[in-house]
Design a protein around this ligand. Structure first.
Ligand code: ADP
Length: 405
């Protein structure tokens, strides 16, 4: 049995000196004390008593277990739930700070307050760095209740934040599932509609009146457009479902393949695309190819009066790779800079520039899947620079020349 002494001491065990805050018979009942489940990592029973007394005086109703070794601590936290751990820094058989690591390993978010006789400033800072919520010196125990209150509040906020994030992730998964099922199942009936309206157009073109020709062509156009949208939506929702293993990926090769795939529009528009020597990094290769292809494709498509010039570069910021794809095209007004990454958001009609408005939403999803960020810096008429970051781990820069097409 781990606790070797003083489990949940009764008020009787509080030493007789010091004010007793419990209401006397006949007295009006004050605010209800806050129940507090404490795990003390401590070898001195008298110190535990003092801590509990200070907490009681501050309006808590503490229930306390005591552990002196890692095994006892592990056993207790697996069996019970606690609001806070009060850990002495140095015990004969253990260092109380290690309770932080044990809690982390067990996936438990319980604040650890180091309560110690003497703690140099650098050790105190070290404790906080290693994950302690606070430290309180034993000869300043009056600080303990506020420290406990604060740590519990912080933990509760963290838990709420985690709950909200989990809820958001769950609702995103539901939405993705819905988009996937809807786009997948809509494909077949839509294929029928598109095929038969096209057949109608072929068979009856010019055989009915002028209005009929017009209506049929609207129907064909609408069905084909819906097919493109549904296929885009399907490829967007597949991104989250069918991600491949990350492997060392040479971004020079990915940019090169993107340029090969874009050869026709590069030639048609007389575009010049240059890229610096790019890094290799851990990534989903086909997603990275798609990322480059969408960004370079847009840089060529949204051209200004001059032939497109596109420049791709990457910079090691020390924390991450910062890529940029810069063009001399029509540019984007700053108020649209975020909007364009939303699915199906476009700033132009299809007659001005073809497209369905999914390319940048896919880019965002790919970059976020790789734990990066993406944004655009631009002004209308002054070109656009799309920037994205990718984590630096497992990356190395290939030495060499600038490539050009
Ligand atoms: P699409 O290209 O099919 O319209 P995207 O999601 O790729 O869809 O882009 C969304 C919108 O962002 C585009 O319609 C365009 O208005 C704007 N945009 C994207 N890339 C550029 C660019 N390089 N220069 C100017 N505008 C751009």
């Amino acid at each position: 049995m781990p606790p070797s002494f003083t489990a949940n001491p009764s008020p009787k065990s509080v030493p007789p000196h010091g004010p007793d805050v419990s209401p006397q018979p006949g007295e009006t009942q004050g605010p209800q004390p806050d129940a507090l489940r404490i795990l003390a990592v401590e070898d001195e029973p008298a110190d535990v008593e003092l801590e509990l007394r200070v907490l009681r005086q501050a309006g808590f109703e503490p229930h306390c277990d005591v552990a002196q070794t890692a095994d006892e601590f592990g056993e207790l936290i697996r069996k019970n739930s606690y609001d806070a751990v009060l850990a002495d820094y140095k015990l004969p058989q253990w260092n109380g700070m290690e309770s932080v690591e044990v809690l982390r390993r067990e996936g438990l978010d319980v604040p650890v307050i180091v309560v110690s006789g003497s703690l140099g400033e650098s050790t105190a800072v070290e404790c906080i760095k290693r994950g302690a919520a606070d430290y309180v010196l034993k000869d300043h125990l009056a600080r303990l209740p506020e420290s406990v209150r604060h740590a519990i509040r912080e933990t509760e906020l963290r838990r709420e934040h985690r709950r909200a994030q989990e809820e958001l992730a769950r609702s995103n998964r539901d939405l993705e599932q819905f988009a996937y099922v809807a786009s997948h199942d809509l494909q077949e009936p839509l294929r029928m509609v598109a095929a038969y309206t096209q057949l109608l157009a072929e068979r009856y073109q010019g055989k009915l009146d002028e209005n009929a020709d017009k209506y049929i062509s609207y129907a064909v156009d609408g069905a084909l457009r819906m097919q493109t949208l549904i296929q885009d939506l399907l490829s967007f929702s597949r991104l989250g479902r069918e991600g491949a293993e990350f492997q060392i990926t040479d971004c020079n090769l990915m940019a090169g393949s993107a340029l090969d795939n874009l050869q026709t529009s590069i030639q048609e528009r007389g575009a010049r695309v240059e890229h610096d020597v790019l890094p290799s990094l851990l990534a989903d290769r086909s997603q990275l190819l798609q990322l480059f292809q969408n960004l370079i494709g847009n840089a060529i498509k949204f051209r200004g009066p001059d032939p497109p010039i596109v420049r791709i570069s990457a910079e090691n910021t020390g924390e991450e790779w910062l890529f940029s794809v810069a063009d001399n095209g029509i540019g984007i007004a700053p108020e649209h800079a975020e909007l364009i990454f939303a699915i199906f958001k476009r700033l132009h009609t299809r007659a001005e520039y073809p497209g369905s408005g999914i390319g940048l939403a896919i880019c965002k999803k790919i970059v976020e899947h790789h734990h990066g960020r993406i944004w655009v810096e631009s002004q209308p008429g002054q070109g656009s620079t799309f920037k994205f970051t990718l984590p630096i781990r497992e990356c190395r820069m290939e030495r060499g020349k600038t490539n050009q097409r």
